[in-house]
Design a protein around this ligand. Structure first.
Ligand SMILES: Nc1nc2c(ncn2[C@@H]2O[C@H](COP(=O)(O)OP(=O)(O)OP(=O)(O)O)[C@@H](O)[C@H]2O)c(=O)[nH]1
Length: 435
């Protein structure tokens, strides 16, 4: 595969893929390390431990048993004469683990291995962990410490047993004697001050001999449960972080998309307004801003031949002379002014159209002939009374026609034009009504 292709394939990977890869690698490494390494080990044997002694029931409730310890290179030997006297005669090998007042935390170990032999196979041995906890223990009372024990079979030959802490039980005599509340009756191994290997329950009152080669403790720096919790937190934390960042990314994308949509809407609205403006402009005469012929046809498109109303044809008298005497610019000013004056006098429903040159038409949709004539007369007087550029004496002629039922607009316009013609012919500055 060419290098280019490999690089382009790597590029499609996102940070989350690298994080996932890293997590998987870390998880597998931790699991393997925990399984094959992270070992904790503690061993007591005659070669490495000498804080050992024998104890028995003498000086205690009338006990008369005698326990003696001897040390061989490979094991400790307890010789014990059990004798009647104590309610439960015993001898034991005691491991003193306390340094000052501090014991050893054995709870981090999971496997306890013991190797021993017992000359009397009908008996049991009693392995006891003695834990000090100020909640229920006092320094002055040895028996106030918690006694957690397990019973193992007496075996003739060397035997090795591996135990778990769950196989130990808090001694029932200790709970009963000390009236221990239930919350302190669970196993505890975090401050072990002494380990004892003693003769069992109700032993035969005779000579006993127990040889102990070693006691070993094995465990892991991180136990299974802690490791599982750690991995759970690692994966859960990463997943939560990833979900939150994805959520944030989606929200930002949504915000961006909303902003884009808003921009589009604004642009669309602007376009619509521009279109409307352009359409509006195309309907208007650019000089006077009255409707033009295009505007007229759009206005008429909304009408039917049955739409009632009247038309007033307006024409400036002798406009050519104004142009000739005062110039085309003044003529333009007069046209604009004329439109402004007419707009002031008409209703919103009445529309003024410049047909061309100095010819205008006023559409009066709601007026009959008499009303339109009155309006034409009013406009004539109004325009005649206005002052015009260069004090031009300006007058207009008007031709009025009412739309007949079913009559086309052009026909009405023609009749109004004829009336206008008559107004011109009749001396101008007057209103004529169509027949
Ligand atoms: N200033 C100016 N003059 C225009 C415009 N359009 C047309 N005209 C002029 O308007 C004049 C119209 O003249 P005529 O049709 O003879 O009409 P008139 O002089 O008003 O005479 P009567 O209508 O008979 O009273 C012409 O001189 C045109 O050049 C325009 O947009 N601006």
């Amino acid at each position: 595969m060419p290098a280019q292709k490999i690089i382009s394939q790597w590029r499609i990977l996102q940070p989350i893929h690298f994080v996932l890869g890293l997590l998987i690698l870390l998880t597998v490494s931790l699991l393997l390390w925990q399984h094959y390494g992270m070992n904790l080990f503690l061993r007591f044997d005659p070669g490495n431990f000498n804080q050992i002694s024998a104890s028995d029931d003498r000086d205690n409730e009338g006990g008369k048993s005698i326990g003696l310890i001897s040390i061989n290179p490979k094991y400790w030997r307890l010789d014990c004469q059990l004798q009647k006297g104590h309610r439960s005669p015993y001898c034991s090998i005691d491991f003193d683990l306390s340094k000052g007042k501090q014991g050893i935390d054995l709870s981090k170990y999971t496997d306890i291995t013991i190797r021993y032999r017992y000359q009397n196979p009908r008996e049991q041995v009693n392995l006891v962990m003695v834990n000090f906890n100020p909640e229920y223990s006092v320094e002055s009372d040895y028996r106030s410490q918690k006694f957690t024990e397990v019973y193992l079979p007496g075996v003739m030959g060397w035997s090795t047993y591996t135990l778990k802490w769950q196989q130990f039980n808090v001694a029932s005599w200790w709970i009963a004697d000390k009236k221990i509340p239930p919350k302190w009756t669970d196993n505890e191994f975090n401050n072990i001050r002494e380990i004892r290997l003693a003769t069992g329950l109700y032993p035969e009152l005779s000579n006993h001999q127990i040889d102990l080669a070693y006691i070993e403790f094995r465990g892991k720096w991180i136990n299974n449960n802690t490791l599982q919790l750690l991995l759970l937190l690692l994966w859960g934390g990463t997943a939560a972080f990833w979900l939150l960042s994805e959520l944030r990314r989606s929200m930002l994308a949504l915000q961006r998309s909303h902003a884009r949509q808003k921009d589009l809407e604004n642009a669309q609205q602007h376009l619509q307004e521009t279109n409307q403006l352009l359409a509006e402009r195309s309907m208007r005469d650019p000089l006077t801003l009255a409707f033009n012929r295009e505007g007229l046809s759009i206005l008429l498109a909304k009408e039917t031949p049955d739409t009632p109303g009247s038309i007033i044809f307006i024409d400036i008298d002798h406009f050519k002379k104004i142009n000739d005497h005062y110039g085309h610019g003044t003529g333009d000013q007069v046209l604009c002014l004329l439109v402004q004056h007419i707009q002031q006098q008409i209703r919103p429903s009445e529309q003024l159209i410049r047909l061309g040159g100095e010819e205008f038409v006023l559409l009066c949709q709601h007026s009959n002939l008499a009303q339109a004539e009155r309006l034409a007369e009013k406009l004539r007087l109004w325009l005649f009374s206005q002052s015009w550029p260069a004090d031009i004496p300006l007058s207009c002629s008007f031709g009025v026609a009412e739309r007949q039922k079913g009559e086309r607009f052009e026909a009405t316009l023609h009749r109004a034009d004829l009336a206008l013609y008559r107004a011109k012919a009749g001396g101008r500055n007057r209103v004529e009504v169509a027949e």
